[in-house]
Design a protein around this ligand. Structure first.
Ligand code: UD1
Length: 347
C-alpha cells in the first residue's frame, strides 16, 4: 500500500485530504503538533472512512523531532506538507514566529526526506503569491508580487526554497531531478465534508469569511462586517475564487497520482480553484438561501491588506492533473452550515 506522510493532517484542509487519500487506498501517517487542531479529528476521520490513520504529535520546526519522525517512517513514498501557521493578521504582529515555523518546518521536512530517500512532496501554496494580478483569471506563469503580510511571504519563500532544492538535485542527476515537487496554489477553500464530522475550526474570533458567517448565523457573533463595498467589482465587494474543501482535497489525490507517473519530474505549480469569481454578497446570499437563516450584516470600511479581486485559470490542473472542481457555491455554503450545526449539537 502506498504510504504517505501528511503533515498538518488534523487541520482543516489536511483532514479532508486524509479522508480522500484513505478512500483511494493510501496508508496515511499524520504528523501534527495540534497547534490549531485536536486529536478528536482522528476519531472523525475514522468515523468517515473506517480507518484511523497513524498519528505522530510532533513539532516539525524542531529539527531533531522531525528527523526522528522520518527515521520512524522511513518507508513513506511521499509527503503532503500542510503544516503551517496561516493567519494573515497574526503574521503581521508575529512575523518571526511565522518565518520560524513555516520555513523551518519545510526545511526539516526536506532534510528528513533526503535522509530516507523520499522523492516526492506536495506543498500547500496559496494564490497570495500573485498579489493583485493585472490580468484575470491568473495563470501559474504570472510573476510573484510582493506579499502584503509575512504569512504570504512565507509561501513565496517556500516556493523558492523548493525550486532551489530541485535545481540542486537536477545538477546532481545529469539534468533530470529525481526529486518531484508539486505546488498547489489554493484559492479560497470553504465548506466541509458532507458527513459534517470534519470542517474548519478556527481558534477564537474567525478572520475568514465563511466561519464568520456560520458563527454569526448560529448566534455566536452578533453581526458580520462586510469589508468594503466600493471596489471596482460588480457588487462593490472584493471577489474571490471560492473552492469546496473536498474538491481541494481531491486535487491532492490527483497530484499524488500525477507525481507517481514518469511524465513528471522537477518542480511545477498548479492553481486550485473553481476558476470563477464571487463577491462577499454572493456568498451571503447563497448562505441565506441554503440555510434558510437571515444573516445580520453591515457594510464597513475596507480591511487593510485585502486585494480587490482574484480568481484562477485552472486549465492546467484540469489538463495535467485530470482534476476538476465539482461542487458549486451553494454546496459549499450548505456544507459549512451543516458543520456549524454539528458543532452546536456537540457543545
Ligand atoms: C486570506 C489570504 C489567503 C489565505 C486565507 C486563509 C491574502 C491575500 N489572502 O484570504 O492567502 O490562504 O486568508 O487564511 O493574504 N470578509 C468580510 N468580512 C469578514 C471576513 C472576510 O467581508 O469578516 C471578506 C474579505 O474582505 C474578503 C473575503 O471576505 O473579500 C474573503 O476573506 P477571507 O476569508 O479572510 O480570505 P482572503 O482574505 O481572501
Amino acid at each position: 500500500m502506498k504510504k504517505v506522510l501528511v503533515t498538518g493532517g488534523t487541520g482543516y484542509i489536511g483532514s479532508h485530504t486524509v479522508v480522500a487519500l484513505i478512500e483511494k487506498g493510501y496508508q496515511v501517517v499524520i504528523a501534527d503538533n495540534l497547534y490549531n487542531s485536536n486529536e478528536g479529528v482522528l476519531n472523525a476521520i475514522a468515523g468517515i472512512t473506517g480507518v484511523r490513520p497513524a498519528f505522530e504529535q510532533v513539532d516539525l520546526a524542531d529539527e531533531a523531532a522531525c528527523m526522528a519522525l522520518f527515521r520512524k517512517h522511513a518507508d513513506i513514498e511521499a509527503v503532503i506538507h500542510f503544516a503551517a501557521y496561516k493567519s494573515v493578521n497574526e503574521s503581521v504582529s508575529k512575523p518571526l514566529d511565522y518565518y520560524r515555523n513555516n520555513l523551518n518546518s519545510l526545511m526539516w521536512v526536506l532534510r528528513g526526506m533526503e535522509a530516507v530517500g523520499c522523492k516526492r512532496i506536495v506543498f500547500s501554496s496559496s494564490c497570495t503569491v500573485y498579489g493583485q494580478p493585472d490580468v484575470l483569471p491568473v495563470k501559474e506563469t504570472m510573476p510573484y508580487q510582493e506579499a502584503t503580510c509575512p504569512y504570504g511571504n512565507t509561501k513565496r519563500i517556500a516556493e523558492e526554497i523548493l525550486k532551489d532544492v530541485v535545481r540542486a538535485d537536477r545538477d546532481k542527476h545529469e539534468g533530470r531531478s529525481e526529486l518531484k515537487v508539486l505546488l498547489l496554489r489554493y484559492f479560497n477553500p470553504i465548506g466541509a465534508h458532507e458527513s459534517a464530522l470534519i470542517g474548519e475550526l478556527p481558534n477564537g474570533v474567525p478572520n475568514n469569511l465563511m466561519p464568520f458567517i456560520t458563527q454569526t448565523a448560529a448566534g455566536i457573533r452578533e453581526c458580520l462586517s462586510v469589508f468594503g463595498s466600493d471596489y471596482d467589482t460588480p457588487d462593490g465587494t472584493p471577489q474571490r475564487d471560492y473552492i469546496h474543501v473536498c474538491d481541494l482535497a481531491d486535487a491532492h489525490v490527483c497530484a499524488m497520482e500525477y507525481m507517481a507517473s514518469d511524465d513528471f519530474s522537477g518542480w511545477d505549480a498548479f492553481n486550485v480553484g473553481c476558476g470563477r469569481p464571487y463577491g462577499v454578497l454572493d456568498v451571503i446570499r447563497s448562505f441565506e438561501k441554503m440555510s434558510g437563516v437571515k444573516l445580520p450584516y453591515k457594510i464597513c470600511g475596507r480591511r487593510a491588506g485585502d486585494i480587490e479581486k482574484i480568481w484562477g485559470d485552472v486549465e492546467k490542473a484540469n489538463r495535467k492533473l485530470g482534476w476538476r472542481a465539482k461542487r458549486g457555491l451553494d454546496e459549499m455554503t450548505l456544507s459549512a452550515w451543516r458543520w456549524q450545526q454539528h458543532l452546536q449539537e456537540k457543545a
